[in-house]
Design a protein around this ligand. Structure first.
Ligand SMILES: [Zn+2]
Length: 450
């Protein structure tokens, strides 16, 4: 059979459950394909399988000719270099000496586990996950990652959690964008007067900025809040414009609308002879690119699963109290030693991987990577849940930048059609990853080789 025929055969075997997706390399060798061509056949088989499952065709997430990596060593300084097989610079990155290829046994490894394609971002398959509650859907998990077992961990976690039914999702219907204005006065009386003037003018300001900047994107201002602060003689007035959107991120539009409001407020101050010393866009308070449990941006989403305690104890061979103790010791490590405001689990790894995969707006995922893991017992059940309080995402096109063809393809393969579904999918895989990690830790199988 030719390699193409073998890839088709392997895809069918994955489809029927005869082999797991991550066993395709071994199966290709059994079919008589030689090392290292078996990596290409296995990746192709997984692509065919996902195409069949999703009903989509790969165009932009391409498969390189040589989808594997090769180990080298620098004969001069002894450093090891594992490089993509498509790399053409065969020299040490430290001293420039020509590299020597490693022995046959250790020479070839897969680019990443369950690789399916991508030239700069290595896309891999990480199983599927079914969610219910406020989003009902099954998502195919295709994820970009660095090397490691991440994809398999997510696959396993999703499979294990879905044994107890769909993962329950609660997700906000809209996402918040915020832009803060700040004004500085010399006296408290001037500040008080200014605030009263702005409040009276808001019923005129809001429709104007909405019509000019937000309506086209289905956005609306739902709140304008004030805060008094002081630094020695500076009497500060913060005035934050909070907008909300369904599928649009709205960061740029909200900024422009607040700036338009600033111009109107500056005119108002002039008309009323208000002595405002400084009038600026004060970005600190609106949470721009600041990870925080109380960030004013993005969308709340949580994912939760109920597992009978008896089943969890049987599966891990440990009393459930040991899991609670593990979660607490890890939470203390983060909260009391690292000084982070709450337990974040591995969200900093899983959530950026999802953003890198989907390549939607925003590209910087710092605000969205904040995560809180919670584990508790209720009645006979173990509740395993995760909260992502500020998921920022715009899945419609935006003046802030296009959504690339590769990004749109990744969304189609995943089965994501709205910003709400994006949030549900990222919360579900975060929960699955956490569940798998914590189960490995509590059974002492993480990093131990047991
Ligand atoms: Zn060197």
């Amino acid at each position: 059979m030719n390699p193409e025929g073998i890839a088709k055969k392997l895809a069918e075997m994955i489809h029927t459950g005869e082999i797991a997706p991550w066993k395709a390399e071994q199966a290709a060798l059994k079919e008589g394909i030689a090392v290292p061509e078996h990596f290409a056949a296995a990746a192709e088989a997984r692509r065919l399988y996902i195409e069949k499952k999703s009903g989509c065709r790969f165009h932009h997430i391409v498969l390189p000719e040589k989808p594997y990596q090769i180990a080298y060593q620098c004969p001069n300084d002894g450093t090891g270099w594992t490089l993509a097989a498509d790399d053409t610079y065969m020299h040490c990155g430290l001293c420039g000496t020509e590299l020597k290829v490693a022995g046959e046994e250790e020479r070839y490894t897969p680019l990443v586990n369950n690789y399916i394609g991508g030239v700069e971002d290595y896309y891999s398959y990480a199983g599927q996950v079914t969610v219910g509650g406020e989003v009902d859907r099954t998502f195919q998990n295709i994820l970009c990652w660095g090397p490691g077992v991440g994809h398999l961990g997510i696959s396993v976690g999703c499979f294990q959690l879905n044994k107890y039914g769909p993962i329950e999702i609660k997700v906000s219907g809209w996402a918040v964008a915020a832009r803060n204005l700040a004004f500085v006065f010399d006296t408290e009386a001037e500040r008080e007067n200014a605030k009263t003037l702005i409040e009276k003018k808001l019923p005129e300001i809001i429709p104007k900025i909405t019509g000019a900047q937000l309506a086209k994107w289905d956005g609306e201002i739902f709140d304008v809040d004030f805060l008094y602060k002081q630094r020695h003689g500076d009497r500060i007035l913060h005035c934050c414009f909070l907008a909300r959107f369904k599928n649009h991120r709205g960061h740029g539009q909200t900024s422009h609308s607040a700036a338009m409001a600033k111009n109107m407020i500056d005119d108002l101050f002039k008309q009323h002879n208000v002595n405002c010393r400084i009038s600026v866009v004060g970005m600190g308070r609106d949470g721009d690119l600041k990870p925080s449990p109380r960030n004013r941006r993005g969308r709340y989403v949580s994912a939760q699963q109920r597992i009978p305690i008896k089943e969890y104890e049987k599966k891990t061979g440990r009393p459930v109290d040991d899991l609670l103790a593990y979660i607490e010791l890890d939470r203390q490590g983060v909260l009391e030693e690292i000084g982070w405001p709450a337990y974040t689990g591995m969200g900093g790894e899983i959530i950026p991987a999802f953003y890198r995969t989907m390549k939607n707006n925003p590209r910087p995922h710092l605000v969205s990577s904040y995560q809180k893991l919670y584990v508790e017992t209720r009645g006979g059940d173990l509740i395993f849940g995760v909260e992502l309080p500020n998921v920022e995402v715009g899945i419609t096109s935006s003046p802030e930048g296009i959504i690339s063809p590769m990004a749109r393809e990744a969304l189609r393969f995943a089965g994501i059609q709205s910003a709400k579904e994006f949030a549900a999918a990222v919360a579900a895989i975060t929960l699955a990853g956490e569940y798998n990690f914590s189960t490995l830790h509590i059974t002492e199988r993480m990093y131990t080789g047991r």
